[in-house]
Design a protein around this ligand. Structure first.
Ligand code: ZN
Length: 199
């Protein structure tokens, strides 16, 4: 269960980083992908105080975070299960992800996958690569996708029981439902783009 807990914590962080740094459309609006210090500050807000401080203290964190986000997006949206696995294995190697047990103040021994001796971004890369591998192992390789709502390029990681997720957020789910309702009313073409394969 520790592994599942770890994955549950990492999955939204992974999607958040990818979306901050790579999506040009989010939730129906044009948006500028973040880079440099803006990316570091925005992403640091979603980390614990200790990790947030370590990230802000990392020289040139924004650039390496953006590179990590690009690699994660490629892995998530690779065209086949085999390609996704290949990308994830490459990330595990690049960020030297390696399981080891840690005992924190409020938690019993649990697994971490920080790379060895790297920066905070390298540590995040190791944790995220391992989390993606555990998701594929535990949930299968079809749990990653790009939001199917109109004008949204955000990615999602689907940890639902039945693997039914198609949208990045509750607001995109609502937008898509409204669009589908309107298109049924008009009897015209759907305003959402394709609802087929997510890869
Ligand atoms: Zn969306």
């Amino acid at each position: 269960m520790e592994i599942a807990c770890n994955v549950t914590r990492q999955a939204p962080l992974i999607a958040h980083l990818v979306n901050l740094a790579t999506a040009q459309w989010r939730g129906g609006a044009r948006t500028d992908p973040l880079d440099g210090d803006a990316l570091t500050s925005a992403f640091a807000e979603s980390l614990s105080q200790r990790h947030s401080a370590a990230l802000r203290a990392t020289p040139d964190a924004g650039r390496s975070l953006a590179a990590l986000a690009g690699e994660l997006r490629e892995a998530l949206l690779a065209g086949s299960p085999a390609a996704r696995a290949q990308h994830i294995n490459a990330l595990i190697r690049r960020y030297s992800a390696q399981p080891y047990l840690v005992e924190d103040v409020d938690q019993p021994f649990h697994l971490h996958f920080h790379g060895q001796g790297g920066t905070e971004v390298d540590a995040l890369g190791g944790e995220f690569a391992a989390a993606l591998a555990l998701i594929v192992d535990g949930y299968g390789p079809e749990r990653f996708g790009e939001c199917q709502a109109h004008q949204c390029e955000a990615v999602y990681i689907d940890l639902t029981r039945n693997g039914s997720r198609r949208y990045c957020s509750a607001s995109c789910t609502a937008r898509a439902k409204t669009a589908a309702y309107r298109s049924r009313q008009q009897g015209g073409a759907a305003a959402t783009h394709g609802d087929g394969a997510t890869s």
